[in-house]
Design a protein around this ligand. Sequence first.
Ligand code: SAM
Length: 264
Amino acid sequence: MHQARKRFGQNFLIDGGVISGIVRALAPELTTHLLEIGPGLGALTLPLLTQVNHLDVLEIDRDLVHYWQEQKQKQTLIGLNIIEGDALEFDFQSWALRGKAAKQRSCIIGNLPYNISSPLLFHLISAAPWIDEQVFMLQAEVIERITASAGNSEYSRLSVMLQARYHVEQIMDVPPEAFEPKPKVNSAVMRMIPRRDFDLTEKEWTSLSRLVAMAFAQRRKMLRSNLFELQAELMLSEEELKARAQEITVERYIEWAKILVKTS
Ligand code: SAM
């Protein structure tokens, strides 16, 4: 019997309704190029395998990788490909490009380890141009931050950067009882679809990242102070100088990032 490991964020899904809700949310087709991050003991893996011809799963825990290799010998798990590795270092870009080359819909799914969720979401951005959809279970509080709009108290650097790259939408609330062991926090499921209107160059993206970090450095302070160094280049209006970082829309931050690159 596998002992859940805290350091790998192992909270296994046991609620059939939640499991089928997540699989339905992605609704993969037989030919979808699909990757599951962290298959664990297969709560999502097995139902997904009944829907696609081929499923890649990426798992860091060596014991679980062995478990899946054994399962493959014991039963027919046709189409299952186990990859041992750390999602924070995995080359999602090459993986996604393979799907696009074969003209397949490329999707990533997972009940993510909560301890690495933010860095993992940033790491996944490199593959966004070739990804069609991502469906992830995360800590509810993190999803609230990611999906918050300007003006909301949860609106943060994470909201701006991820909404600049994806359409994000919370699709389900999940209580701790849906897992074994039960996590101490509430969970939720989120859909992320890369924005087709995304047109930032690498320089503009770096500028956005720097600008947003500066703007949110001291949340209570006005932009007059947080963006002091950039106010001349950005030609901030009197109203904007008095605003706080959480009042500025994602689109306005994007415009500013483009201005900074143009004037540099
Ligand atoms: N999908 C299973 C479920 O829903 O029951 C397990 C989900 S559990 C929350 C997270 C899974 O991600 C575990 O299998 C864990 O070992 C794996 N994991 C943790 N850190 C990882 C990493 N850096 N790279 C790949 N997998 C990781």
